[in-house]
Ligand binder design. Structure first.
Ligand code: 6PG
Length: 265
């Protein structure tokens, strides 16, 4: 059972340490459902950006099972992605495929509410521009205005990247566009990614971080000392929103006591 978390909040940040990935996923599923219910009561809609990679898999599987399958208002939920690999939607590397297999194929979400990035487009910048237009249409925001997601899920790379915003990437300096298609040298390929203005326009950012290989990046981002300002994760600071960190003990092992908060069981 997940203990009742006693989160420590500073102005807009909350850190909860779970014993392991399963406990982290349970806590995240509960928070996801609660945010969805609140958003639908307030606006009759819940807009969420999904994270890719491997950490969210446990969470997505939990959301597809009871009690969350029945509890979450899927018919009023609009699903987007924070980033996507430039591969077809049925490719093993596709973030869309991962979420479809673990979650979206198992819940009653209308297919027209599933807004994937077109990673298969041979012109990544055209795919980015198309997704930007989709965001503007769905959120009904004109040029110069930002979509405001109810929730964006993010993972943390061992190098401190978030979505597909890599350290030292020019994409980190983007202030106007909502979606970019940066070339990632390390991956020798393009990615599609939301930009920092969109992440920082969200109501809630929920980071899911698991494993000792993330401990150094997490400590640099959250550490008590001067965080490593180079890390993209450190730039995720919603102007009018909250950042929630759900991490497991392995990822939190380097955090100084001044930063750690109540442990979840
Ligand atoms: C992706 C993700 C990426 C991911 C981190 C952590 O497309 O890979 O969006 O930002 O969240 O790299 O990945 P893991 O959860 O696999 O450690």
């Amino acid at each position: 059972m997940v203990g009742k978390p006693v989160p420590r909040r500073n102005a807009s940040r909350e850190l909860l340490v779970a014993s392991d990935l399963a406990a982290l996923a349970r806590a995240a599923a509960e928070r996801f459902a609660s945010l969805a219910e609140t958003a639908v009561v307030r606006a009759n809609r819940f807009t969420v950006g999904l994270a890719g990679g491997s950490t969210p898999r446990r969470l997505y599987c939990m959301l597809a099972a009871e009690p969350y399958r029945s509890r979450i208002p899927w018919s009023q939920t609009q699903v987007f992605w924070g980033d996507e690999r430039c591969v077809p939607p049925d490719h093993v590397e596709s973030n869309y495929r991962m979420a479809a297999e673990t979650l979206l194929q198992h819940v009653p979400i209308p297919v027209e509410h599933i807004h994937r990035m077109r990673g298969e487009d041979p012109d990544p910048d055209r795919a980015a521009t198309g997704y930007e237009q989709l965001l503007r249409t769905t959120f009904q925001v004109q040029a110069g205005a930002l979509p405001r997601f109810d929730l964006i899920l993010l993972g943390l790379g061992a190098d401190g990247h978030v979505a597909s915003l890599m350290p030292d990437s020019p994409a980190l300096r983007e202030t106007a566009r909502l979606v970019l298609a940066p070339y990632v040298e390390r991956l020798r390929g393009y990615r599609l990614t939301l930009t920092l203005p969109v992440l920082n326009g969200a109501s809630v950012i929920l980071f899911l971080v698991s494993g000792q290989e993330k401990a150094a990046a997490l400590c640099s981002t959250l550490g008590a000392g001067e965080p490593d300002v180079r890390l993209p994760a450190h730039e995720v600071r919603p102007r009018d929103g909250r950042v929630i960190w759900f991490v497991d003990r392995a990822a939190a092992q380097l955090l100084p006591g001044s930063v750690r908060t109540e442990e979840l069981s």
